[in-house]
Design a protein around this ligand. Structure first.
Ligand SMILES: N=CN[C@@H](CCC(=O)O)C(=O)O
Ligand SMILES: [Zn+2]
Length: 417
């Protein structure tokens, strides 16, 4: 067989070969191939074998992994990629103990990014999104979800969604778009959140027709949108053919997790304060829990999502950065893998499922991303690491050596040593 690229001498290869979403104790069962080689042709994985069998194939290009770890490209299932400005001045308020929802109530937080995003030009938003995508790629992410939600008016929400579309078209990473018009109540509608939700729902038909988003999301939270408002809004989204997601039970336990299950959401995200009943319902459902422990860390919370109990109960869990300018300002999913180990008490095996197969399923890409089996996209990371335990263990730095997207080298640090 003639290949475009072969990666030889792989110390550990994680094919992530389980049919997803991977639930409960199955998340702990990881296939590891040692002394392996991986063949790529036309952007796809076409050959996997032992390193001793590489004489069976010929290849135009070869990379010697020198005994290192090779995995699928990471899948990042929850980001707020497109926004204007930044919020470094909020850090002092957080240090003084001003709560996240209080900053929002005073017109800061999400609402200050809304102001900056309304003022930003379309070109600047695209440019900034491409910059952050580059940084994600460098950290091993090859597929990413991106939400709108810093416009909160028709014009700016569309500007953000167009920017996501353009970033997807102009960057090698695959970007999956979510409409989060219901991210906060803008000051113009402070006294009438229902009317605001109606305005956002008025956009569903246009967003669908222009193919600007696959999912609709809402922030179900105290002082933002109630469970009842969220239910009505998401039902309209489903009627328009969108998959739905919820920012659920992040700060107050309102029952957003239960709502995500009830609505058949593809994912319920955050779940930091989910109730016992919510955990039970999640475990019995097809909804994936996307846990964002970097947010708990960055907001200085003592309490982290009970992801351990969720998996023990049988749920499918993914993890994500929640990259955004306010509650978690990092593109480094590897750091979140370490926080998941230390604070969520997930095993390395569970963590690898959470950032590959399950993350792909949480954004509707389960059949193409998050796995290195024959016929899948050749989205591959060669790590400067001897084994898969090493990435959550050695924290806070970037371990990627080579990042390959659709069979092409996207980022290469230096020769593998
Ligand atoms: N909680 C709601 N939205 C984002 C934060 C957005 C922001 O603070 O700008 C989140 O997922 O954490
Ligand atoms: Zn979010």
């Amino acid at each position: 067989m003639q290949l475009d690229l072969i990666i030889t001498n792989i110390g550990q290869l994680l094919p992530m070969d389980k049919e997803g979403p991977v639930k409960g104790s199955n998340m702990n069962d990881l296939t590891v191939w040692e002394n392996a080689a991986l063949g790529i042709k036309d952007g796809k994985v076409v050959w996997i074998g032992s390193n001793d069998e590489i004489n069976q194939v010929e290849s135009d290009q070869m990379i010697d992994a020198n005994g290192k770890l090779v995995t699928p490209g990471l899948v990042e299932p929850h980001t707020h990629l497109v926004f204007g400005g930044s919020r470094e001045k909020e850090m002092a308020l957080k240090q003084q103990g001003v709560p996240y929802l209080e900053i929002l109530k005073q017109g800061g937080g999400i609402l200050s990014t809304v102001q900056a995003t309304r003022e930003a030009s379309y070109e600047d938003l695209v440019e900034k999104a491409l910059f952050h995508l580059d940084r994600m790629a460098m950290h091993g992410i090859t597929t990413v979800e991106a939400k709108s939600g810093y416009g909160l008016d028709r014009e700016t929400e569309l500007k953000q969604l167009q920017a996501v579309k353009e970033a997807n078209a102009n960057h090698p990473l695959d970007v999956v778009s979510t409409f989060l018009g219901a991210h906060a109540v803008p000051s113009e509608y402070k006294h009438d959140p229902e009317a605001f939700l109606d305005r956002m729902a008025d956009m569903f038909a246009e967003i669908k027709a222009e193919n600007l988003a696959e999912f609709v999301d809402i922030f179900t939270e105290t002082g933002v949108f109630t469970v009842e408002q969220s239910r009505r809004y998401l039902q309209k989204a489903k009627d328009h053919g969108f998959g739905v997601k919820i920012h659920a039970d992040e700060i107050d336990p309102l029952g957003g997790t239960e709502l995500a299950v009830e609505m058949g959401a593809i994912s319920g995200d955050h779940l930091a304060v989910t109730s016992d009943e919510g955990i039970k319902q999640l475990a019995d459902s097809n909804t994936i829990g996307v846990i964002l422990p970097g947010t708990s860390f960055y907001l200085g919370k003592e309490e982290y999502a009970r992801a351990r109990e969720m998996i023990n109960a049988g749920a499918a869990i993914s993890i994500s950065t929640d990259f955004n300018p306010g509650s978690c300002v990092t593109e480094n999913l590897q750091l979140i893998m370490s926080i998941a180990a230390l604070k969520l008490k997930l095993s390395p095996e569970e963590i690898w499922h959470a950032v590959t197969v399950n993350a792909a399923h949480a954004i509707g890409r389960g059949s193409e991303a998050g796995s290195l089996t024959i016929g899948r996209k050749a989205d591959v990371v060669i790590w400067d690491a001897p084994n898969y335990l090493y990435i959550p263990y050695h924290y806070g730095v970037n371990h990627t050596n080579t990042v390959i997207k659709n069979g092409e080298i996207l980022y290469q640090r230096q020769e593998i040593r």
